[in-house]
Design a protein around this ligand. Structure first.
Ligand code: CTP
Ligand code: MG
Length: 158
């Protein structure tokens, strides 16, 4: 379960470490069932698919990296309990990317998240950082990225 505001580097991190089929992304699924990654009207359909994909992979004991904002505690609980019920290790990865870097990256994107929305995500992330360690994950990892400092190589991420 990836957890971090928009622009914190979640999708980039996942793409560098996992096969495409191991990553289930709500943004990518919005583009599949809607007009694009930012088609918020397609969220319900995208999340229905996300749950179907997670269910199928978890049932088979396959790795699944859930690439959403991860900021909704109910979604985290639901997915963790699903993994737990299947006997899989459940891992949360927190992206503690500086807000300024998230904003800078966001600004260069085709369809930037509005500044106010990013602010709400940053606030929700601060709550998640407090909550996640007590939620019952088998492991909680923190990825810290700063401008100019490359993300850790896969070998450094347990
Ligand atoms: N990026 C970068 N260097 C990194 C990580 C990300 O330059 N170490 C850039 C990416 O190329 C991308 C932007 O920052 O243009 C946002 O990264 P992304 O991985 O897409 O962030 P997410 O957390 O996945 O954002 P979202 O929640 O909006 O999907
Ligand atoms: Mg992403």
């Amino acid at each position: 379960m990836l957890v971090g505001p928009s622009g914190s580097g979640k999708s980039t991190w996942a793409a560098a470490r996992y096969r495409q089929q191991e990553v289930v992304s709500s943004d990518a699924l919005r583009a599949v069932v809607g007009s694009g990654e930012n088609d918020l009207d397609a969220s319900a359909d995208a999340f229905a698919l996300l749950h179907q994909i997670v269910t199928g992979r978890v049932r088979r004991g396959l790795t699944v990296v859930v690439d959403t904002l991860g900021l909704d505690p109910d979604l985290r609980d639901r997915l963790r309990e699903q993994g737990r019920a299947a006997g899989l290790p459940c891992v949360a990865v927190l992206f503690e990317t500086p807000e300024a870097l998230c904003r800078q990256r966001n600004a260069t994107r085709d369809r930037p998240v509005p500044a106010r929305v990013l602010g709400q995500q940053v606030a929700a992330f601060a709550r998640a950082v407090e909550a996640v360690p007590g939620e019952g994950w088998d492991e909680v990892h923190t990825v810290r990225e700063d401008a100019g400092v490359p993300a850790p190589s896969p070998a450094q991420v347990p």
